[in-house]
Each structure stands twice: as structure tokens, then as C-alpha cells.
Design a binder for this molecule. Sequence first.
Ligand code: KIV
Length: 270
Amino acid sequence: MSIHTPRIEKKVTMSTVAAMKGVEPITMVTAYDALFAQLFDGEVEMILVGDSLNMSFLGKEDTLSATMDQMIYHTQAVCNGAKRACIVFDMPFGSYTTPQVALENATRVYRETCAQAVKVEGGREKADIVRTLADNGIAVVAHIGLMPQHVRSEGGYRVRGKDETDIKRLVEDALELEAAGAAMVLVEGVKSEAAKAVTDAVKVPTIGIGAGNVTDGQVLVWSDMFGFFEAFKPKFVKRYCNGAKEVREGLEQYVKEVKARQFPDEAHAY
Ligand code: KIV
């Protein structure tokens, strides 16, 4: 049996990834359980326990009904599986409505999980929240651009940064969030030109999703990138394998063999 050698041996911290800006692209994927976290650990620098789990694993329409308890539970599972990756906790909708609420919930994240940073969606209007968390020793990833938690209020997912005014707004947001103490800026669903302007403007690393090849790193949702989520494929998603097809083929074979009394054979029996 071959023992896989991980690419990354040492624990990755927020300082490790900060030092990668302009040096080497940062890789991040989502994970929601120990099994997959263990597979990804040692290969990517960062794992995001995204509230996208509410859609891809709970089968909900959007991310909005994810709760703190649910996110903590999944982050604990990821922490059990990943010992090297820098783990980011996605603050669910309604968990950071004020600086005090955000601090209470993010404190719970640091107390109850191994996450090294929390992610909040929002522009300059979230600067006070970011400042409160950062001032209290909690690392923050600020998520700007297309914000999935705004899907109901905005009536859909809209690509941002399509004109000079919006690019300027995104850059100003990123600068305010950085000044408030954000350790990283995640830019989702924006034109490459906007992602580049943000990346050039801030000193902290930027991570892109649907933001072109101009950010300091990239993130993808694992069930999208490995072809398990088949219902819908956004343009920016590249499928690196066809997970659902492989599982379906394996399952068909299993059913066929059980029905034909070919499994278990002698090699798989005591
Ligand atoms: O929840 C999530 O997986 C995310 C990514 C899309 C960045 O926020």
C-alpha cells in the first residue's frame, strides 16, 4: 500500500499565508467533515468551513438558514481531520449583526473549535465588526463582492465590479476592512479587473472565487470542484474529477454483484 506524502508538513497559520502574498499563490478549498478534511490536509494551505454546506450538504436553497451550532459541529469535524491546514470558520447569517453579537459568536468559535480565523461577509458597513473582532485577538477574513448571504435581499447572485464606480467601491471597502484589522480579503464573483484592483490596493492577501487569476490565492467549494454537486455549475467552477459519476458507477456495480450473489466472495468473507 502506498503511503501518500503530503506537500505541506508544518502547521499553516494566518502568518504563514500573510507571508505568501506576492510570493506564491495560496490554495484553499472548503470541507465540512473529518474524512475530506483529512484528504485535503497537507495539500492546500487553507480549509474553509463554508456556510455553503447548507446548500451542498443539507440540500437547502441558499446559505441563510445555517446556524452557529451547525457550523461549530462541522468545524469540529474538520479540526479532527485536518492538522496542518489553516482553518477558517464562516460566520453564518445573523451571527454578526452587531460588534457585540459578532464578538460573542466568534469567541465561541475560538473556544469550541480549532479555527484560526472567522469569515464575515460585507463591505465598509462591517468595519466596526471587523475592528471589534481584530481588537479582541480574532483573525478575520473579510468577504466582499458577490455575497451569498445577500441573495434574498438582492433577489439573486450578481457579478460585481462591472464598472469603474463599482470597482472603486470594492477597493474602498477592502481598504476600510484592512484598516479595521482584516487579515485577509476574500473576493467573490467579481470581474478580474476589480479583483486585481483590490489585490493591488491591500497589503493583506486576497483569495478569489469567480474573480479571475489575479488574486493572491483561490478557493473552490469541494463538492463543485470534484463533480459531486451536479445540479448547477457556475462558469467559474472547474471540475477536477467527476465524483458523482464515479460513485454512481461503483454503486451500480455493488448492486449488480449483491443481486447476483457475487459479493461478498471468499476474499471478502471471514
Ligand atoms: O460558504 C462558502 O463556501 C464560501 C465560499 C463560496 C467562499 O463562502
